[in-house]
Design a protein around this ligand. Structure first.
Ligand code: ADP
Length: 502
């Protein structure tokens, strides 16, 4: 008996559950020691109904009084959770069960238990709170979460993710349903990324487009691959709706390209007007003299001396026209505004930041291999950046149809003997069948909306910097464009640059 009583007491202690016996008719009440502890009463004082209600939280009291009175008067069982307010102000949660085991309805006899469930309740509340927080956080940041059990393809979407995908909440999600929402052009990318996860590759981090309710959404997917103890894999991650950001970026890019197009067109039209103005005069002279000389030759007898004279004048006018063109070209070359010692690596890093959105849109990986020591040159930072940007843009354009795995651009700087080289290498359409020299001519373009002046302006800029620019096919496909500028290894210490003449 003693042993089993000890065991029982120990079990009550461990489960924080006290036992209770109560016969209302005789006002007999028994509490186990643990029941006293749960109720925060001194062990041994004679229990009473008042004492039972003593610690009841005032807000719960009316409800509990009613249950106790129904138990006393009608023998009704009790099964209730309520709060206790302890003398030190702490709040406890208890679960009280009283079961009528008496045979006489007029004389109920209850046996039951009172369990301290504070920890469970607090845990539940915490869970509820973090659940609400998580849900609100997802809603505000437009980020949904998912879990994908790789072996079974069992997928769970959070409420917000269902909303992003335009799924009704609580639906069972599978890859068919997801595939129907992914923008068709991006399906191959999704397939590659999923195959990566299945092979236990890198944690996914990519952007794809969805097509939901007639609208395109841009989403960023970031995940972590988890290997469970039983050897199975699970990919857990977040999907953020970044449409607003992308749309703003696209708008900005469009504006930027419209502006630069406008700038090109204006400078072109000014150039065209001055070419027309300057060349028209000698042209008119050429036509006049040529027809005079024709007339003299056709006369009977032909006036040879006169014809030779006018032909000479034709040549003079021709030379004048070509002088005009030369002068215009020089005009084009001019404009090295701010000449300074600059670190080309630095200038390139700055550019890469600018080109980031173009690269991302083209899903192109840019690999920098920048020299150490830094390539210091004397020149106009903005103009040289223009040249490099033009090479980058051309490489991006050239890789539109390149296979995804090959979409890479290498940017290298190399410091050699007395010169610095910048090389941009791509895996694009390449230069096969192209007359490489012609690429640098003004107005040579193979693009439907190209202007064909990027490379010719680049050449003018590089030549003005006493350098040279070139292009060559990449042996296994693609193109290599590069330029070299004079390098002076002591230049870093030089205080102020000399004037540059162009
Ligand atoms: P645009 O880009 O307006 O056509 P550019 O002078 O910059 O003018 O380029 C001239 C032409 O050179 C392009 O139309 C293209 O045919 C060719 N080109 C330039 N860069 C590359 C490259 N990286 N790969 C293949 N072709 C290129």
């Amino acid at each position: 008996m003693r042993r089993s009583a000890a065991l029982m007491a120990q079990a009550q202690r461990l489960t924080v559950t006290g036992s209770v016996w109560w016969r209302p008719a005789t006002n007999d009440i028994y509490w186990s020691d643990e029941a006293y502890r749960v109720a925060g009463q001194d062990v041994g004082i004679t229990p009473s109904v008042e004492m039972m209600l003593d610690r009841c939280h005032p807000e719960d009291l009316p409800r509990i009084q009613k249950l106790i009175s129904n138990a006393m008067n009608r023998g009704e069982n009790v099964d209730v959770e309520h709060r206790l307010l302890m003398t030190d102000g702490a709040v406890k949660y208890v679960h009280v069960v009283l079961q009528n085991i008496g045979n006489n309805p007029a004389d109920p006899e209850f046996i039951g238990a009172v369990a301290d469930i504070t920890e469970r309740k607090l845990g539940e509340e915490q869970l509820r709170r973090s659940d609400v927080l998580l849900r609100e956080g997802q809603r505000i940041s437009q980020t949904g979460t998912f879990s994908w059990k790789v072996e079974t393809d069992e997928i769970t979407f959070s409420e917000e993710l269902n909303r992003i995908f335009g799924f009704e909440s609580g639906r069972v999600v599978d890859f068919d349903a997801i595939g129907q929402r992914v923008y068709e052009e991006d399906l191959p990318l999704l397939a590659i990324k999923m195959a990566d996860v299945r092979q236990g590759g890198d944690n996914p981090d990519y952007e794809i487009r969805l097509f939901v309710d007639g609208q395109i959404k841009h989403v960023r997917v970031v995940g972590r691959i988890i290997r469970h103890l039983d050897g199975t894999m699970e990919c857990i991650g977040a999907v953020q709706d970044v449409s607003a950001q992308r749309i703003a970026e696209l708008g900005r890019d469009k504006l930027r390209s419209e502006l630069s197009q406008l700038a090109r067109v204006t400078s072109l039209s000014t150039m065209a007007a001055s070419i027309a103005h300057e060349v028209n005069q000698p042209l008119a002279g050429i036509i006049m003299n040529a027809s005079a000389s024709l007339r003299m030759l056709c006369a009977n007898p032909p006036n040879i001396t006169g014809a030779v004279e006018t032909a000479k004048r034709t040549i003079r006018d021709g030379n004048r026209a070509s002088d005009v063109i030369l002068r215009l070209r020089n005009l084009f070359k001019r404009g090295v505004a701010t000449v300074e010692w600059l670190d080309l690596n630095d200038a390139i890093r700055e550019l890469i930041g600018l080109a980031a959105s173009d690269l991302q849109r083209g899903r192109i990986l840019l690999i920098e291999e920048l020299s150490d020591p830094p390539p210091f040159v004397l020149g106009d930072r903005v103009q040289l950046q223009q040249v490099i940007m033009n090479l980058l843009r051309n490489s991006i354009d050239a890789m539109t149809d390149t296979a995804q795995t090959q979409k890479k651009i290498f940017v290298r700087t190399v410091v050699g003997l007395g010169e610095v080289r910048v090389v941009v290498e791509d895996h694009g359409v390449g230069l096969e069948g192209t007359d490489v020299e012609r690429l640098f001519d003004a107005f040579h373009t193979t693009k439907p909306h190209g202007m064909g002046i990027g490379l010719s302006v680049s050449r003018s800029i590089i030549e003005a910097h006493k350098g040279k620019i070139w292009a060559e096919p990449r042996p296994s496909g693609g193109a290599i464009f590069g330029f070299a500028l004079p390098f002076d290894k002591d230049s870093v210490d030089r205080p102020s640059p000399p004037e540059m003449k162009t």
